[in-house]
Design a protein around this ligand. Structure first.
Ligand code: PEP
Ligand code: MN
Length: 337
C-alpha cells in the first residue's frame, strides 16, 4: 500500500501518520518526490482497514501496490530513480558510461585501460578482483591487491569504481575501495548478500541471473531496497534460451518493459551476452536506442592475453569508435553521454 500525503503536510502530521501505520505492525518507507511525499507500507495484516487510513488527517489517497515487489514498483515511485556519485549520473538523461577489463590483472593493465575509459568520457571504471568463474581452474582474481590497483587507477583518472562482491564476508573489504558494489548474475538470489548490501550505504548494481524472470529480478532488488538501500541499479547481461548453449541472449526488450514496472535505472551489459566482441557493438547501440540508462563494456588492450573474458573484450580503438556511435544515438533520443 502507498499513502499519498497532502501537498502542504507538516512534519508533525507525517509523524502521526507513520505512527498510526506502525501501530498496526506496518513497516513504513518514506519517499520524497518532486510532486508529493509518499509513505510505502509493507506487511498489511487482515485487521488493517485501508478505508480508515484514507480518513487520517493529511492523507490524500491510499493505493494498493499489486506487484509483489513493492518498493521497486512504479506505483510506489513514479519518478525515475537517479543515482549520483561525483560526476556519474545513473538514471537521468545523462547516460552512464562504465568500462574496463573483466578482471584487474596488474597495475600496468588497469592504468592503461583506466586512461582509455577517461578519454572516452566514461566516469566509472569496472574490473573484478573477486571473480566468479565457471571453472575452479580459471583465474579467480587478485583479491585485495586488485581492489587497491583499481582504486589507484580510478583516482588517478578521476573515475569512480565498480567491482564485484561475491559473499557477505567481503562486503567491508570491497566497500573500502569501491564506489558501487556489483552483484554478479550468479549471486542475484544470494539473499544474505542482498540483505548485507541493503545496509552497506553505497549504490549497488544488481545483475540479472540468466534464468531469472523480470519479477524474480525485481524481488531481489526489493531485498536491497527493503533493507535500506535506495540506490539500486539493475543490469541486463543476457539470459539463457533454447539456442546456442555457448552464449546468452541479450534481452533487449527487458529495458522498455522494466520502465513500466520499476523506477530503478537499467544499465546494459552487452559484453557478457555477446561472447564475441563483434557482437557487442550492435547490442550496445541497440541498448542505448531502447532506453538503457547507460552501458557497461569490457575492454582489454590485448584481448588474446586476457585472464578472463578475452573474446568479448573490445580493444581501445574499437571501443572508442563504439562510444562515438553511442553518443550520436543518445542525441537522437534526447540524451547525452
Ligand atoms: C562480470 O561482470 O565480469 C561478470 C562476471 O558478469 P556476470 O555476473 O553477468 O556473469
Ligand atoms: Mn567478465
Amino acid at each position: 500500500m502507498i499513502v499519498i500525503l497532502e501537498k502542504n503536510i507538516t512534519e508533525e502530521q507525517i509523524e502521526n501518520i507513520s505512527s498510526y501505520m506502525k501501530d498496526f505492525g506496518l513497516e513504513v518507507h518514506r519517499m520524497d518526490g518532486k510532486e508529493r511525499i509518499v509513505l510505502g507500507a509493507i506487511g498489511i495484516q487482515p485487521n488493517f482497514d485501508i478505508r480508515k487510513m484514507k480518513s487520517v488527517p493529511g492523507v490524500a489517497d491510499v493505493i494498493k501496490i499489486l506487484d509483489p515487489f513493492k518498493l521497486a514498483s512504479r506505483t510506489f515511485k513514479q519518478e525515475d530513480t537517479v543515482i549520483k556519485i561525483n560526476r556519474t549520473e545513473i538514471g537521468s538523461t545523462n547516460l552512464a558510461l562504465i568500462a574496463g577489463p573483466c578482471s584487474i590483472e596488474n597495475d600496468e593493465q588497469i592504468f592503461k585501460l583506466a586512461e582509455v575509459v577517461a578519454d572516452s568520457g566514461g566516469t566509472v571504471l569496472r574490473g573484478g578482483a573477486f571473480k566468479p568463474r565457471t571453472s575452479p581452474y580459471s583465474f579467480q582474481g587478485l583479491g585485495e591487491e586488485g581492489l587497491k590497483l583499481i582504486r589507484q587507477a580510478a583516482d588517478h583518472f578521476k573515475l569512480n569504481v565498480i567491482t564485484e562482491v561475491m559473499q557477505t564476508e567481503q562486503v567491508d573489504l570491497v566497500g573500502k575501495y569501491t564506489d558501487i558494489f556489483q552483484i554478479g548474475a550468479r549471486n542475484m538470489q544470494n539473499y544474505p548478500l542482498l540483505k548485507e548490501l541493503g545496509k552497506a550505504g553505497k549504490p549497488v548494481m544488481l545483475k540479472r541471473h540468466w534464468s531469472a524472470t523480470l519479477e524474480e529480478w525485481l524481488m531481489s532488488a526489493e531485498y536491497l531496497l527493503s533493507h535500506g538501500n535506495k540506490d539500486v541499479i539493475l543490469c541486463e547481461r543476457g539470459i539463457r534460451s533454447f539456442d546456442n548453449p555457448n552464449r546468452f541472449i541479450f534481452d533487449l526488450s527487458s529495458i522498455p518493459v522494466l520502465k513500466g514496472m520499476t523506477h530503478l535505472p537499467v544499465i546494459a551489459d552487452p559484453s557478457h551476452a555477446a561472447l564475441y566482441s563483434e557482437h557487442v557493438l550492435p547490442m550496445a547501440r541497440a541498448a542505448i536506442a531502447a532506453g538503457a540508462a547507460g552501458v557497461m563494456i569490457e575492454i582489454h588492450d590485448q584481448p588474446e592475453k586476457a585472464l578472463s573474458d578475452g573474446p568479448q573484450a573490445l580493444t581501445p580503438k574499437v571501443y572508442i569508435n563504439l562510444i562515438e556511435d553511442l553518443k550520436k544515438i543518445a542525441e537522437v533520443i534526447g540524451k547525452k553521454f
